[in-house]
Design a protein around this ligand. Structure first.
Ligand SMILES: *Cc1c(COP(=O)(O)O)cnc(C)c1O
Length: 462
């Protein structure tokens, strides 16, 4: 609801102006005082901010996880939302803190953030960005925007799209995935096709867009550029969900350049921004429609896709760091982490296997490191090693599949006994274990190495 009761924004501001006249008149505002350099920070600071002593309540023991009775994890699994996604760098935390220093008009901040994103991401002329509450939220507000445009009655009616002129979205059958729920959530009807011919045949006056699931490109029969060409020929929008598909960083500009009208990337995966953030890059008009369908606006489908000022600043800083990183350096750092582990386990006859790395992979591009256990020396299997890492306390090392799939509801049609074991564990070679190291924090390579020394010291000798 818009607060019409005399305290809407304008009357609030004018009341302030009248009450305090000269003090709040913008020209007289002593900005240099407000933004003056802060006194030098004490030595004990974190993220550029003095450590705030917490002496009572939550946090007062220094171990917030134990206070709630939960086990913190070292992430050797990946940028998995169920485990917390990724970890923000100190600079990102600092921007989040500063983003909390002042109030701003969120729409104004979003529009400015969008320009910042477009510049960083070398977006084509006529494109801009939007910070969303995750890539999934970008799907909701993006598809909502395509269907409602800037029409107030439509924005209030959605997800009832029955009276909208265009409410069908074409998707390749092989591109169906859990996040198409976010398309369906807008009321849009998905129309499945398999081939290029079927795609063209499915187009009708109610078609609004063609969806493209980037990570499933190799499963589909119609490529990204072909999808764009077909859509353009029929005056349809295209949306490319490339959420988990950077690095390589170039994809931030490559996909909009191909001609997709909207492209989303998750902010909380390897971009290492706030966990509940996402980036939507697209045609200015569509981005405006998307923001119109989103928080802070009310009576909107995307009102539950809220993004706060802190999140916006944090995401921008993370994206800046991500775009400007030297990926060769980053890779070297990953290799060094793995080397810490290799050096530690050598004495047990456990040896590093060649690094697996495919920089051309469609998504989650990161090296995978693995080690070989010599069965003539030790009687412990790779899965057992991984299980013992996961069972480490007070800090679990990885999650061994347990819980990383998220919570599941009941399915009366599927007897529990028929649940299939994960493909990964079936295929696991018992003499090897391995993981990715991209989401480790400083020093955690050493924690893993020390734990592996314990595990291998205690393992029965062959
Ligand atoms: C992770 C992911 C999403 C969701 O991203 P969030 O930022 O977590 O909302 C959507 N689509 C794909 C393909 C993803 O991998």
């Amino acid at each position: 609801m818009n607060m019409k009761s005399g305290w809407n924004r304008r009357s609030f501001l004018s009341a302030l102006g009248a009450a305090s006249g000269s003090l709040l008149a913008p020209a007289r505002l002593n900005a240099s005082g407000l933004f003056a350099k802060k006194p030098k920070l004490p030595a004990s600071s974190v993220d550029g901010n003095p450590i705030v002593p917490i002496t009572t309540g939550l946090g007062s023991t220094g171990d917030i996880y134990a206070e709630l009775g939960i086990t913190p994890l070292i992430n050797i699994n990946g940028t998995i939302t169920v485990m917390g996604g990724s970890v923000m760098k100190p600079e990102v935390m600092e921007l989040i803190r500063r983003g909390n220093e002042h109030f701003v008009l969120i729409d104004e901040l979003e529009i400015a953030a969008g320009k910042f994103i477009a510049k960083l991401c070398k977006s084509p002329v006529g494109y801009t960005g939007l910070v969303t509450g995750g890539a999934a939220a970008a799907l909701v507000v993006g598809y909502a925007g395509m269907m409602t445009e800037d029409l107030e009655p439509r924005m209030r009616a959605i997800p009832d799209v029955s009276n909208f002129p265009r409410n069908e979205v074409i998707i390749q059958k092989s591109h169906r995935y859990p996040f198409d729920h976010q398309i369906r959530q807008t009321g849009a009807k998905l129309v499945e096709v398999e081939t290029r011919e079927e795609m063209i045949a499915a187009i009708n006056p109610r078609t609004v867009a063609i969806h493209f699931t980037n990570i499933l490109s190799d499963k589909g029969k119609v490529s990204g550029p072909e999808t764009v060409a077909i859509a353009k020929a029929h005056n349809l929008y295209t949306f490319n969900d490339a959420s988990a598909d950077v690095p390589p960083v170039e994809r931030l500009w490559k996909y909009p350049e191909i001609g997709f009208d909207l492209v989303t990337f998750s902010g909380g995966k390897d971009i290492c921004g706030p966990q509940a953030s996402g980036i939507l890059i697209g045609k200015e008009e569509l981005i405006r429609y998307s923001l119109l369908n989103m928080s802070p606006q009310e009576d909107r489908i995307g009102r539950c896709c809220k993004v706060g000022k802190e999140t916006i600043f944090g995401l921008l800083k993370a994206l800046e760091i991500f775009v400007n990183q030297d990926y060769a350096d980053t890779l070297r750092m990953y290799d060094e982490r793995a080397q810490v582990i290799t050096d530690a386990v050598k004495e047990f006859g456990v040896a590093a296997l060649p690094r697996q790395f495919n920089p051309e992979a469609l998504g989650n591009v990161t090296p995978y490191y693995s080690w070989h256990i010599d069965p003539s020396k030790l009687r412990i299997t790779g899965p057992e090693v991984m299980q013992q890492l996961a069972d480490t306390r007070p800090m679990g090392i990885g999650s061994m599949g347990a819980g990383v799939g998220g919570m599941r509801g009941r399915n009366p049609d599927e007897p529990a006994a028929e649940r299939r074991p994960s493909r990964k564990s079936e295929l696991a070679d018992p003499t090897t274990f391995g993981f990715a190291v991209w989401q480790l924090k400083e020093g955690e390579d050493k924690v893993i190495a020390d734990r592996l020394i314990e595990i291998f010291s205690a393992a029965p000798k062959a």
